[in-house]
Design a protein around this ligand. Structure first.
Ligand code: FAD
Ligand code: 2HG
Ligand code: ZN
Length: 455
Protein backbone atom coordinates (compact mmCIF):
# COMPACT_ATOMS: atom_id res chain seq x y z
CA UNK A 1 0.00 0.00 0.00
CA UNK A 2 1.20 3.49 -0.87
CA UNK A 3 2.48 5.47 2.17
CA UNK A 4 0.33 8.36 3.38
CA UNK A 5 0.91 11.34 5.63
CA UNK A 6 1.26 10.16 9.27
CA UNK A 7 1.04 13.63 10.80
CA UNK A 8 -1.53 15.99 9.42
CA UNK A 9 -0.31 19.54 8.78
CA UNK A 10 -2.03 22.54 10.36
CA UNK A 11 -2.51 23.83 6.85
CA UNK A 12 -4.51 20.70 5.90
CA UNK A 13 -6.66 20.86 9.07
CA UNK A 14 -7.33 24.57 8.48
CA UNK A 15 -8.42 23.81 4.95
CA UNK A 16 -10.85 21.17 6.25
CA UNK A 17 -12.25 23.73 8.68
CA UNK A 18 -12.80 26.17 5.86
CA UNK A 19 -14.85 23.54 4.02
CA UNK A 20 -17.13 22.30 6.82
CA UNK A 21 -16.72 24.84 9.64
CA UNK A 22 -14.49 24.37 12.71
CA UNK A 23 -17.30 22.70 14.69
CA UNK A 24 -17.29 19.79 12.26
CA UNK A 25 -13.58 19.05 12.32
CA UNK A 26 -12.78 17.05 15.46
CA UNK A 27 -9.13 16.79 16.40
CA UNK A 28 -9.03 16.21 20.17
CA UNK A 29 -12.00 14.34 21.56
CA UNK A 30 -12.97 11.95 18.77
CA UNK A 31 -15.69 10.28 20.83
CA UNK A 32 -16.68 6.82 19.62
CA UNK A 33 -15.54 7.38 16.02
CA UNK A 34 -12.24 5.55 16.53
CA UNK A 35 -13.62 2.27 17.94
CA UNK A 36 -15.93 -0.21 16.25
CA UNK A 37 -19.31 -1.39 17.58
CA UNK A 38 -17.86 -4.57 19.12
CA UNK A 39 -14.91 -2.89 20.81
CA UNK A 40 -12.53 -5.33 19.10
CA UNK A 41 -11.07 -2.86 16.57
CA UNK A 42 -9.57 0.26 18.11
CA UNK A 43 -8.12 2.78 15.68
CA UNK A 44 -6.20 6.03 16.06
CA UNK A 45 -7.62 8.48 13.51
CA UNK A 46 -6.13 11.97 13.58
CA UNK A 47 -9.25 13.87 12.55
CA UNK A 48 -12.98 13.33 12.14
CA UNK A 49 -14.62 15.52 9.51
CA UNK A 50 -18.38 15.86 9.14
CA UNK A 51 -19.48 17.33 5.80
CA UNK A 52 -23.06 18.53 5.33
CA UNK A 53 -23.46 17.96 1.60
CA UNK A 54 -21.97 16.38 -1.51
CA UNK A 55 -20.09 19.50 -2.50
CA UNK A 56 -18.28 19.52 0.86
CA UNK A 57 -17.43 15.82 0.46
CA UNK A 58 -15.96 16.56 -2.98
CA UNK A 59 -13.85 19.42 -1.62
CA UNK A 60 -12.60 17.24 1.25
CA UNK A 61 -11.62 14.47 -1.16
CA UNK A 62 -9.85 16.97 -3.36
CA UNK A 63 -7.85 18.22 -0.36
CA UNK A 64 -7.01 14.66 0.73
CA UNK A 65 -5.79 13.85 -2.73
CA UNK A 66 -3.59 16.97 -2.81
CA UNK A 67 -2.17 16.24 0.68
CA UNK A 68 -2.00 12.45 0.21
CA UNK A 69 -4.18 11.82 3.26
CA UNK A 70 -6.05 8.52 3.62
CA UNK A 71 -9.81 8.61 4.23
CA UNK A 72 -11.96 6.16 6.15
CA UNK A 73 -15.68 6.67 5.43
CA UNK A 74 -18.01 6.10 8.36
CA UNK A 75 -21.79 5.99 8.57
CA UNK A 76 -23.47 4.60 11.69
CA UNK A 77 -20.34 2.71 12.79
CA UNK A 78 -22.41 -0.45 13.30
CA UNK A 79 -20.20 -2.52 11.00
CA UNK A 80 -18.90 -5.72 12.56
CA UNK A 81 -15.68 -6.38 10.60
CA UNK A 82 -13.40 -3.49 11.55
CA UNK A 83 -14.21 -1.70 8.29
CA UNK A 84 -13.81 1.76 9.79
CA UNK A 85 -10.42 1.11 11.37
CA UNK A 86 -8.29 4.24 10.93
CA UNK A 87 -4.58 4.73 11.70
CA UNK A 88 -2.54 7.78 12.70
CA UNK A 89 -2.73 10.30 9.91
CA UNK A 90 -6.02 8.94 8.55
CA UNK A 91 -9.17 11.00 8.65
CA UNK A 92 -12.61 9.60 9.32
CA UNK A 93 -15.20 11.14 7.03
CA UNK A 94 -18.55 10.82 8.79
CA UNK A 95 -21.57 10.85 6.49
CA UNK A 96 -24.15 11.35 9.24
CA UNK A 97 -24.94 14.94 8.22
CA UNK A 98 -25.85 13.84 4.67
CA UNK A 99 -29.29 13.21 6.07
CA UNK A 100 -31.81 14.65 3.61
CA UNK A 101 -34.86 12.56 2.75
CA UNK A 102 -36.61 13.12 -0.58
CA UNK A 103 -40.32 12.63 -1.24
CA UNK A 104 -41.60 9.12 -1.85
CA UNK A 105 -42.31 8.82 -5.58
CA UNK A 106 -45.38 6.58 -5.58
CA UNK A 107 -45.50 6.22 -9.38
CA UNK A 108 -42.05 4.60 -9.52
CA UNK A 109 -42.16 3.34 -5.90
CA UNK A 110 -38.78 4.92 -5.22
CA UNK A 111 -37.17 7.36 -2.82
CA UNK A 112 -33.95 9.38 -2.98
CA UNK A 113 -32.03 9.91 0.26
CA UNK A 114 -28.69 11.14 1.53
CA UNK A 115 -26.13 8.54 2.56
CA UNK A 116 -26.39 9.47 6.25
CA UNK A 117 -30.10 8.66 6.51
CA UNK A 118 -30.82 5.77 8.86
CA UNK A 119 -32.51 2.59 7.61
CA UNK A 120 -35.34 3.13 10.09
CA UNK A 121 -35.94 6.61 8.63
CA UNK A 122 -36.30 5.19 5.11
CA UNK A 123 -38.74 2.63 6.49
CA UNK A 124 -40.75 5.35 8.23
CA UNK A 125 -40.89 7.50 5.10
CA UNK A 126 -42.14 4.54 3.02
CA UNK A 127 -44.76 3.51 5.58
CA UNK A 128 -46.85 6.63 5.05
CA UNK A 129 -47.43 5.57 1.44
CA UNK A 130 -48.32 1.90 1.92
CA UNK A 131 -44.78 0.95 0.95
CA UNK A 132 -41.78 -0.64 2.67
CA UNK A 133 -38.03 -0.51 2.39
CA UNK A 134 -37.04 -4.15 2.10
CA UNK A 135 -33.68 -3.90 3.87
CA UNK A 136 -34.24 -4.53 7.56
CA UNK A 137 -32.14 -5.74 10.49
CA UNK A 138 -31.46 -5.18 14.17
CA UNK A 139 -29.25 -2.10 13.68
CA UNK A 140 -31.97 -0.30 11.66
CA UNK A 141 -31.97 2.57 14.17
CA UNK A 142 -28.26 3.39 13.71
CA UNK A 143 -27.03 1.94 10.38
CA UNK A 144 -27.02 4.38 7.45
CA UNK A 145 -28.03 4.00 3.83
CA UNK A 146 -24.43 4.70 2.76
CA UNK A 147 -23.02 2.08 5.14
CA UNK A 148 -25.53 -0.52 4.03
CA UNK A 149 -24.67 0.17 0.39
CA UNK A 150 -20.94 0.05 1.11
CA UNK A 151 -21.36 -3.37 2.78
CA UNK A 152 -24.25 -4.63 0.61
CA UNK A 153 -26.08 -5.35 3.87
CA UNK A 154 -28.43 -8.31 4.01
CA UNK A 155 -30.73 -8.71 6.99
CA UNK A 156 -33.95 -10.54 7.63
CA UNK A 157 -35.81 -10.04 4.33
CA UNK A 158 -33.18 -11.13 1.82
CA UNK A 159 -34.96 -14.37 1.01
CA UNK A 160 -37.94 -12.44 -0.35
CA UNK A 161 -36.48 -9.18 -1.66
CA UNK A 162 -32.73 -9.66 -2.07
CA UNK A 163 -29.86 -7.77 -0.41
CA UNK A 164 -29.16 -4.02 -0.53
CA UNK A 165 -27.74 -4.34 -4.05
CA UNK A 166 -31.20 -5.32 -5.29
CA UNK A 167 -32.77 -2.16 -3.88
CA UNK A 168 -30.46 0.44 -5.46
CA UNK A 169 -31.79 2.11 -8.59
CA UNK A 170 -29.51 5.13 -8.54
CA UNK A 171 -26.35 6.36 -6.86
CA UNK A 172 -24.38 9.50 -6.18
CA UNK A 173 -20.76 9.20 -5.07
CA UNK A 174 -17.57 11.18 -4.72
CA UNK A 175 -14.44 9.58 -6.15
CA UNK A 176 -11.02 9.82 -4.47
CA UNK A 177 -9.96 12.73 -6.73
CA UNK A 178 -13.07 14.73 -5.78
CA UNK A 179 -15.07 14.01 -8.95
CA UNK A 180 -18.81 13.53 -8.38
CA UNK A 181 -20.75 10.74 -10.06
CA UNK A 182 -24.48 11.34 -10.15
CA UNK A 183 -26.79 8.73 -11.67
CA UNK A 184 -30.03 9.10 -9.76
CA UNK A 185 -32.82 8.96 -12.37
CA UNK A 186 -33.93 5.55 -11.12
CA UNK A 187 -34.64 4.17 -14.56
CA UNK A 188 -35.40 0.49 -14.24
CA UNK A 189 -34.06 -0.21 -17.71
CA UNK A 190 -30.69 1.40 -18.26
CA UNK A 191 -28.06 -0.68 -20.03
CA UNK A 192 -25.57 2.07 -20.79
CA UNK A 193 -22.32 0.42 -19.83
CA UNK A 194 -20.91 -0.65 -16.47
CA UNK A 195 -23.27 -0.70 -13.50
CA UNK A 196 -21.45 1.72 -11.21
CA UNK A 197 -24.02 1.53 -8.40
CA UNK A 198 -23.55 -2.21 -8.25
CA UNK A 199 -19.77 -1.83 -8.23
CA UNK A 200 -19.85 0.65 -5.34
CA UNK A 201 -22.28 -1.60 -3.48
CA UNK A 202 -20.12 -3.91 -1.37
CA UNK A 203 -16.96 -1.89 -2.06
CA UNK A 204 -16.66 -1.07 1.67
CA UNK A 205 -15.46 2.47 1.17
CA UNK A 206 -12.43 1.39 -0.88
CA UNK A 207 -13.49 3.12 -4.12
CA UNK A 208 -15.21 6.33 -3.05
CA UNK A 209 -17.79 7.92 -0.78
CA UNK A 210 -21.44 7.14 -1.44
CA UNK A 211 -23.25 10.44 -0.83
CA UNK A 212 -26.82 9.57 -1.88
CA UNK A 213 -28.90 6.79 -3.36
CA UNK A 214 -32.22 6.21 -5.04
CA UNK A 215 -33.89 3.18 -3.52
CA UNK A 216 -36.68 0.93 -4.66
CA UNK A 217 -39.57 0.44 -2.26
CA UNK A 218 -41.89 -2.57 -2.21
CA UNK A 219 -45.59 -2.91 -1.45
CA UNK A 220 -46.38 -3.42 2.20
CA UNK A 221 -49.16 -5.86 3.06
CA UNK A 222 -51.94 -5.52 5.62
CA UNK A 223 -51.32 -8.73 7.50
CA UNK A 224 -48.11 -9.82 9.12
CA UNK A 225 -47.91 -13.27 10.72
CA UNK A 226 -45.04 -14.08 13.05
CA UNK A 227 -44.53 -17.60 14.38
CA UNK A 228 -41.85 -19.07 16.65
CA UNK A 229 -41.30 -22.82 16.30
CA UNK A 230 -39.31 -25.10 18.58
CA UNK A 231 -37.30 -27.68 16.62
CA UNK A 232 -35.24 -30.66 17.75
CA UNK A 233 -32.31 -30.09 15.42
CA UNK A 234 -30.86 -27.85 12.71
CA UNK A 235 -31.90 -30.52 10.22
CA UNK A 236 -35.51 -30.06 11.28
CA UNK A 237 -35.14 -26.29 10.81
CA UNK A 238 -33.86 -26.82 7.26
CA UNK A 239 -36.71 -29.22 6.49
CA UNK A 240 -39.43 -26.95 7.90
CA UNK A 241 -38.08 -23.92 6.01
CA UNK A 242 -37.95 -25.90 2.78
CA UNK A 243 -41.59 -27.07 3.15
CA UNK A 244 -42.80 -23.59 4.08
CA UNK A 245 -41.02 -21.97 1.13
CA UNK A 246 -42.62 -24.40 -1.29
CA UNK A 247 -46.08 -23.45 -0.10
CA UNK A 248 -45.81 -19.76 0.88
CA UNK A 249 -44.19 -17.24 -1.42
CA UNK A 250 -45.02 -14.51 1.09
CA UNK A 251 -42.38 -15.68 3.60
CA UNK A 252 -40.36 -12.59 4.56
CA UNK A 253 -38.00 -14.04 7.15
CA UNK A 254 -36.77 -17.39 8.48
CA UNK A 255 -34.38 -16.84 11.37
CA UNK A 256 -32.83 -19.49 13.60
CA UNK A 257 -31.09 -19.51 16.97
CA UNK A 258 -30.26 -21.99 19.69
CA UNK A 259 -31.34 -22.32 23.31
CA UNK A 260 -28.01 -21.01 24.66
CA UNK A 261 -28.43 -17.76 22.68
CA UNK A 262 -32.09 -17.41 23.72
CA UNK A 263 -31.06 -17.86 27.37
CA UNK A 264 -28.37 -15.21 26.99
CA UNK A 265 -30.89 -12.70 25.56
CA UNK A 266 -33.40 -13.60 28.28
CA UNK A 267 -30.82 -12.99 31.02
CA UNK A 268 -29.34 -9.83 29.50
CA UNK A 269 -32.60 -8.08 28.63
CA UNK A 270 -35.28 -9.82 30.64
CA UNK A 271 -37.09 -11.16 27.58
CA UNK A 272 -39.38 -14.14 28.21
CA UNK A 273 -38.74 -17.39 26.31
CA UNK A 274 -42.18 -18.88 25.51
CA UNK A 275 -40.97 -22.51 25.56
CA UNK A 276 -37.72 -24.45 25.70
CA UNK A 277 -36.38 -26.03 22.50
CA UNK A 278 -33.02 -27.14 21.14
CA UNK A 279 -33.29 -24.83 18.12
CA UNK A 280 -35.75 -22.02 17.41
CA UNK A 281 -37.10 -21.02 14.03
CA UNK A 282 -38.73 -17.60 13.76
CA UNK A 283 -40.88 -17.22 10.66
CA UNK A 284 -42.53 -14.05 9.42
CA UNK A 285 -44.98 -13.75 6.54
CA UNK A 286 -46.66 -10.71 5.05
CA UNK A 287 -49.73 -10.91 2.84
CA UNK A 288 -53.13 -9.32 2.36
CA UNK A 289 -54.89 -12.09 4.27
CA UNK A 290 -54.33 -13.61 7.69
CA UNK A 291 -52.26 -16.74 7.16
CA UNK A 292 -52.12 -18.11 10.71
CA UNK A 293 -54.57 -20.99 10.09
CA UNK A 294 -52.99 -21.90 6.70
CA UNK A 295 -49.57 -22.05 8.36
CA UNK A 296 -50.91 -24.16 11.19
CA UNK A 297 -52.54 -26.62 8.70
CA UNK A 298 -49.30 -26.83 6.77
CA UNK A 299 -47.34 -27.65 9.92
CA UNK A 300 -49.86 -30.33 10.93
CA UNK A 301 -49.79 -31.88 7.45
CA UNK A 302 -46.02 -31.95 7.46
CA UNK A 303 -46.06 -33.72 10.87
CA UNK A 304 -44.36 -30.88 12.73
CA UNK A 305 -44.72 -31.84 16.40
CA UNK A 306 -42.69 -29.16 18.21
CA UNK A 307 -43.96 -26.24 20.29
CA UNK A 308 -45.08 -23.04 18.65
CA UNK A 309 -46.08 -19.48 19.54
CA UNK A 310 -47.93 -17.11 17.23
CA UNK A 311 -47.71 -13.36 17.78
CA UNK A 312 -51.22 -11.95 17.88
CA UNK A 313 -50.34 -8.30 18.38
CA UNK A 314 -47.44 -5.91 17.89
CA UNK A 315 -46.07 -6.31 21.40
CA UNK A 316 -45.97 -10.11 21.24
CA UNK A 317 -44.33 -9.82 17.81
CA UNK A 318 -41.69 -7.50 19.28
CA UNK A 319 -41.05 -9.97 22.12
CA UNK A 320 -40.48 -12.84 19.68
CA UNK A 321 -38.21 -10.74 17.49
CA UNK A 322 -36.19 -9.51 20.47
CA UNK A 323 -35.19 -13.12 21.20
CA UNK A 324 -33.52 -13.21 17.80
CA UNK A 325 -32.39 -9.64 17.22
CA UNK A 326 -30.86 -9.02 20.64
CA UNK A 327 -28.30 -11.80 20.18
CA UNK A 328 -25.64 -9.32 19.02
CA UNK A 329 -26.13 -6.98 21.96
CA UNK A 330 -26.51 -9.82 24.49
CA UNK A 331 -23.21 -11.39 23.40
CA UNK A 332 -21.48 -8.04 23.82
CA UNK A 333 -22.63 -7.91 27.45
CA UNK A 334 -20.35 -10.85 28.27
CA UNK A 335 -17.26 -10.13 26.20
CA UNK A 336 -15.68 -8.97 22.97
CA UNK A 337 -16.48 -11.61 20.36
CA UNK A 338 -14.77 -12.83 17.23
CA UNK A 339 -17.59 -12.61 14.70
CA UNK A 340 -18.19 -14.58 11.53
CA UNK A 341 -20.98 -14.02 9.01
CA UNK A 342 -20.70 -16.92 6.64
CA UNK A 343 -22.83 -18.73 4.07
CA UNK A 344 -22.93 -22.37 3.08
CA UNK A 345 -25.46 -24.26 0.99
CA UNK A 346 -28.69 -24.47 3.03
CA UNK A 347 -28.63 -28.27 2.83
CA UNK A 348 -25.15 -28.24 4.44
CA UNK A 349 -26.16 -26.12 7.43
CA UNK A 350 -26.59 -28.99 9.95
CA UNK A 351 -23.22 -30.60 9.14
CA UNK A 352 -21.52 -27.23 8.97
CA UNK A 353 -22.82 -26.10 12.36
CA UNK A 354 -21.67 -29.35 13.97
CA UNK A 355 -18.25 -29.11 12.32
CA UNK A 356 -17.73 -25.53 13.54
CA UNK A 357 -18.73 -26.38 17.10
CA UNK A 358 -16.45 -29.45 17.14
CA UNK A 359 -13.41 -27.74 15.63
CA UNK A 360 -13.63 -24.68 17.91
CA UNK A 361 -14.10 -26.88 20.97
CA UNK A 362 -11.13 -29.07 19.93
CA UNK A 363 -9.00 -25.92 19.78
CA UNK A 364 -10.10 -24.68 23.19
CA UNK A 365 -12.94 -26.22 25.16
CA UNK A 366 -13.18 -23.06 27.29
CA UNK A 367 -14.25 -20.86 24.38
CA UNK A 368 -17.99 -20.35 23.95
CA UNK A 369 -19.68 -20.44 20.58
CA UNK A 370 -23.04 -18.80 19.80
CA UNK A 371 -24.64 -19.55 16.45
CA UNK A 372 -27.69 -17.88 14.93
CA UNK A 373 -28.71 -16.44 11.62
CA UNK A 374 -30.75 -16.32 8.47
CA UNK A 375 -31.73 -19.95 7.89
CA UNK A 376 -33.19 -19.64 4.38
CA UNK A 377 -30.04 -17.90 3.11
CA UNK A 378 -27.66 -20.51 4.55
CA UNK A 379 -26.14 -17.54 6.42
CA UNK A 380 -25.00 -18.28 9.96
CA UNK A 381 -23.47 -15.86 12.44
CA UNK A 382 -20.87 -17.54 14.58
CA UNK A 383 -19.71 -15.59 17.61
CA UNK A 384 -16.80 -16.94 19.61
CA UNK A 385 -15.99 -15.59 23.07
CA UNK A 386 -12.76 -16.44 24.81
CA UNK A 387 -9.88 -15.68 22.46
CA UNK A 388 -8.30 -12.25 22.92
CA UNK A 389 -9.04 -9.59 20.31
CA UNK A 390 -5.71 -10.20 18.54
CA UNK A 391 -5.72 -13.99 18.71
CA UNK A 392 -6.66 -14.91 15.16
CA UNK A 393 -6.33 -18.67 15.62
CA UNK A 394 -10.09 -18.99 15.92
CA UNK A 395 -10.60 -16.99 12.72
CA UNK A 396 -8.32 -19.40 10.90
CA UNK A 397 -10.23 -22.41 12.28
CA UNK A 398 -13.75 -21.18 11.49
CA UNK A 399 -12.95 -19.78 8.05
CA UNK A 400 -11.14 -22.96 7.04
CA UNK A 401 -14.28 -24.96 7.90
CA UNK A 402 -16.26 -22.53 5.70
CA UNK A 403 -13.82 -23.15 2.85
CA UNK A 404 -14.13 -26.92 3.28
CA UNK A 405 -17.89 -26.51 2.79
CA UNK A 406 -17.25 -24.30 -0.27
CA UNK A 407 -19.00 -21.43 1.49
CA UNK A 408 -18.42 -17.69 1.55
CA UNK A 409 -16.36 -16.12 4.35
CA UNK A 410 -18.69 -13.11 4.26
CA UNK A 411 -22.41 -13.35 3.68
CA UNK A 412 -23.34 -9.90 4.93
CA UNK A 413 -20.85 -7.81 6.86
CA UNK A 414 -18.02 -7.62 4.34
CA UNK A 415 -14.29 -8.24 4.58
CA UNK A 416 -13.22 -5.12 6.50
CA UNK A 417 -9.91 -5.42 8.28
CA UNK A 418 -11.06 -8.56 10.13
CA UNK A 419 -11.13 -10.98 7.21
CA UNK A 420 -8.76 -9.55 4.61
CA UNK A 421 -6.13 -12.24 5.31
CA UNK A 422 -8.65 -14.88 4.29
CA UNK A 423 -10.11 -13.28 1.14
CA UNK A 424 -8.43 -15.94 -0.99
CA UNK A 425 -10.57 -18.63 0.68
CA UNK A 426 -13.58 -17.25 -1.16
CA UNK A 427 -12.03 -15.52 -4.21
CA UNK A 428 -9.55 -16.83 -6.79
CA UNK A 429 -6.26 -15.04 -7.44
CA UNK A 430 -7.63 -13.89 -10.81
CA UNK A 431 -10.65 -12.34 -9.08
CA UNK A 432 -8.49 -10.62 -6.46
CA UNK A 433 -6.18 -9.28 -9.19
CA UNK A 434 -9.20 -7.90 -11.02
CA UNK A 435 -10.53 -6.24 -7.87
CA UNK A 436 -7.10 -4.71 -7.18
CA UNK A 437 -6.89 -3.45 -10.78
CA UNK A 438 -10.27 -1.72 -10.37
CA UNK A 439 -9.15 -0.27 -7.04
CA UNK A 440 -5.92 1.16 -8.43
CA UNK A 441 -7.63 2.58 -11.52
CA UNK A 442 -10.14 4.50 -9.40
CA UNK A 443 -7.91 5.18 -6.40
CA UNK A 444 -4.31 5.31 -7.69
CA UNK A 445 -3.02 6.96 -4.50
CA UNK A 446 -4.62 4.25 -2.32
CA UNK A 447 -6.43 6.88 -0.27
CA UNK A 448 -9.72 5.11 0.32
CA UNK A 449 -10.08 2.96 3.43
CA UNK A 450 -6.56 1.48 3.27
CA UNK A 451 -7.02 -1.04 6.11
CA UNK A 452 -10.00 -2.70 4.45
CA UNK A 453 -10.45 -5.60 2.04
CA UNK A 454 -6.88 -6.17 0.78
CA UNK A 455 -3.80 -7.23 2.77
P1 FAD B 1 -20.34 1.74 9.08
O1 FAD B 1 -20.18 0.74 10.15
O2 FAD B 1 -20.11 3.15 9.46
O3 FAD B 1 -19.35 1.36 7.87
C1 FAD B 1 -19.34 0.08 7.33
C2 FAD B 1 -18.40 0.07 6.11
O4 FAD B 1 -18.93 0.88 5.07
C3 FAD B 1 -17.02 0.62 6.39
O5 FAD B 1 -16.09 -0.06 5.58
C4 FAD B 1 -17.12 2.08 5.94
O6 FAD B 1 -15.87 2.62 5.58
C5 FAD B 1 -18.05 1.97 4.76
N1 FAD B 1 -18.93 3.13 4.57
C6 FAD B 1 -19.84 3.62 5.44
N2 FAD B 1 -20.53 4.63 4.86
C7 FAD B 1 -20.02 4.79 3.62
C8 FAD B 1 -20.31 5.67 2.54
N3 FAD B 1 -21.28 6.59 2.62
N4 FAD B 1 -19.59 5.54 1.40
C9 FAD B 1 -18.62 4.60 1.30
N5 FAD B 1 -18.31 3.75 2.29
C10 FAD B 1 -19.00 3.84 3.42
N6 FAD B 1 -25.50 -6.38 8.74
C11 FAD B 1 -26.20 -7.13 7.85
O7 FAD B 1 -25.82 -7.18 6.67
N7 FAD B 1 -27.29 -7.84 8.23
C12 FAD B 1 -27.76 -7.82 9.49
O8 FAD B 1 -28.73 -8.51 9.80
C13 FAD B 1 -27.08 -7.01 10.44
N8 FAD B 1 -27.52 -6.92 11.71
C14 FAD B 1 -26.83 -6.17 12.61
C15 FAD B 1 -27.31 -6.07 13.92
C16 FAD B 1 -26.61 -5.31 14.86
C17 FAD B 1 -27.16 -5.19 16.26
C18 FAD B 1 -25.42 -4.64 14.49
C19 FAD B 1 -24.66 -3.81 15.48
C20 FAD B 1 -24.94 -4.72 13.20
C21 FAD B 1 -25.64 -5.48 12.25
N9 FAD B 1 -25.20 -5.58 10.93
C22 FAD B 1 -25.91 -6.31 10.02
C23 FAD B 1 -23.93 -4.95 10.52
C24 FAD B 1 -24.05 -3.45 10.12
O9 FAD B 1 -25.18 -2.86 10.67
C25 FAD B 1 -24.09 -3.33 8.60
O10 FAD B 1 -22.85 -3.75 8.08
C26 FAD B 1 -24.39 -1.91 8.10
O11 FAD B 1 -24.51 -1.97 6.70
C27 FAD B 1 -23.35 -0.90 8.47
O12 FAD B 1 -23.88 0.40 8.26
P2 FAD B 1 -23.21 1.67 8.96
O13 FAD B 1 -23.88 2.88 8.45
O14 FAD B 1 -23.18 1.49 10.42
O15 FAD B 1 -21.75 1.57 8.34
C1 2HG C 1 -27.69 -10.37 12.58
O1 2HG C 1 -28.14 -11.08 11.67
C2 2HG C 1 -26.49 -9.53 12.29
O2 2HG C 1 -28.23 -10.30 13.68
C3 2HG C 1 -25.41 -9.50 13.37
O3 2HG C 1 -25.97 -9.76 11.03
C4 2HG C 1 -24.70 -10.81 13.55
O4 2HG C 1 -23.84 -10.21 15.68
C5 2HG C 1 -23.70 -10.90 14.68
O5 2HG C 1 -22.77 -11.71 14.58
ZN1 ZN D 1 -27.22 -11.14 9.84
Amino acid sequence: MIGHEKVLSADFVNSLQQVVGAAHVLTDDLGGYGTDWTGRFIGSPSVVVRPANTNEVARIMHLCSQHNVAVVPQGGNTGLVGGTLADDGHIILSTRRLNWIGDVDTSSQQISVGAGVLIEQVQEAAKGHGLRYAVDFGARGSATVGGTIATNAGGINVLRFGSTRHQIVGIEAVLPNGDVIEHMAGLLKDNTGYDIASLLCGSEGTLGIVTAARLRLVASHNQRTTVLLGCDSSQEVVDVVSGIRQQFDCLDAAEMFFLDGANLVAEAFNVAIPFAAAVYLLLEFSADVDLASDIESHLVQSNFSGSSAVADNESSRTRLWRLREEHTAAISTIGVPHKFDVTVAVSDLPLFINAVRRRVSDANAEWSVYIFGHAADGNMHINVLGPTANDESVDEIVLQVVAEFKGSISAEHGIGSAKKKWLSLSRSQAEIDMMKAIKSAIDPQGLMNPNTMFV
